[in-house]
Design a protein around this ligand. Structure first.
Ligand SMILES: C[S@@+](CC[C@H](N)C(=O)[O-])C[C@H]1O[C@@H](n2cnc3c(N)ncnc32)[C@H](O)[C@@H]1O
Length: 209
């Protein structure tokens, strides 16, 4: 875990400067998230990176606690103009600073494919949400077939890059596998989509039982 946080620390400045890889897919994702938010909602974001999503969602929520285990990513987020109802915090999903049952919505974009124990992480999201709360996630599903030659090559390169500290842990899961894990953790799936479709970055809105 520590090594991976250091990986993200190292690339935080570069990550902040990168343009969005697919602006249309990002806008569509935000539109879908906003359609679920209420002005009183207490939102927790996990793996918030440089804070862009939290700042975009802020006008539609009561409060947003945006967390990331990388000090460097949180520093990039805090360097942006402050917004009253958004707080950034260096924390992972299991941090004691996050209180059980205190959040109406938990958002995690491009995070769960990076978590080694995804089932424990999903169980923790369940614990953090208030009953009836929503888990809204988006994760690349890199075990889907027909991702093309470029992704096939990238998949082969990742283990070598990990050996020299140039890539973090990456999970290869399918859309079906991702949804099965979310359901098994005690959620009812209420909406899904792929933004973008290829490679599929799988969007799931799921309600905590
Ligand atoms: C691919 S970036 C995504 C950032 C942002 N959510 C986005 O969509 O642009 C993954 C982020 O998750 C964070 N991260 C990775 N593993 C984490 C963990 N176990 N706990 C908390 N944050 C984590 C990284 O530091 C990084 O900022």
């Amino acid at each position: 875990m520590k090594t991976d946080a250091q990986f993200w620390d190292r690339i935080a400045v570069k990550y902040a400067a990168q343009p969005l890889s697919d602006p249309n897919a990002y806008e569509l994702t935000l539109e879908r998230v906003v359609s679920y938010l209420k002005p009183t909602d207490r939102v927790l974001e996990l793996g918030c990176g440089t804070g862009t999503t939290a700042l975009r969602l802020a006008p539609h929520a009561g409060s947003i606690l945006a967390t990331d285990f990388s000090e460097g990513m949180i520093a990039q987020a805090e360097a942006k103009p402050a917004v009253d109802n958004v707080r950034f915090l260096q924390a992972d999903p299991f941090s004691a600073a996050l209180k059980p049952g205190q959040y109406d919505v938990v958002v995690a974009f491009n995070l769960f494919h990076l978590m080694e124990d995804i089932d424990a992480a999903l169980a923790q999201v369940h614990t953090l949400l208030a009953p009836g709360g929503l888990f809204i996630s988006k994760s690349p599903c890199l075990a889907e077939r027909s991702l093309g030659v470029k992704f096939g090559l990238m998949k082969r390169l990742i283990p070598m890059m990990q050996l020299v500290g140039k890539a973090p842990y990456v999970r290869f899961d399918t859309i079906e596998g991702t949804e099965r894990r979310i359901s098994a953790a005690g959620f009812e799936i209420v909406e899904t989509g792929n933004y973008p479709v290829r490679p599929p970055n799988h969007f799931v809105v799921a309600r905590r039982f």
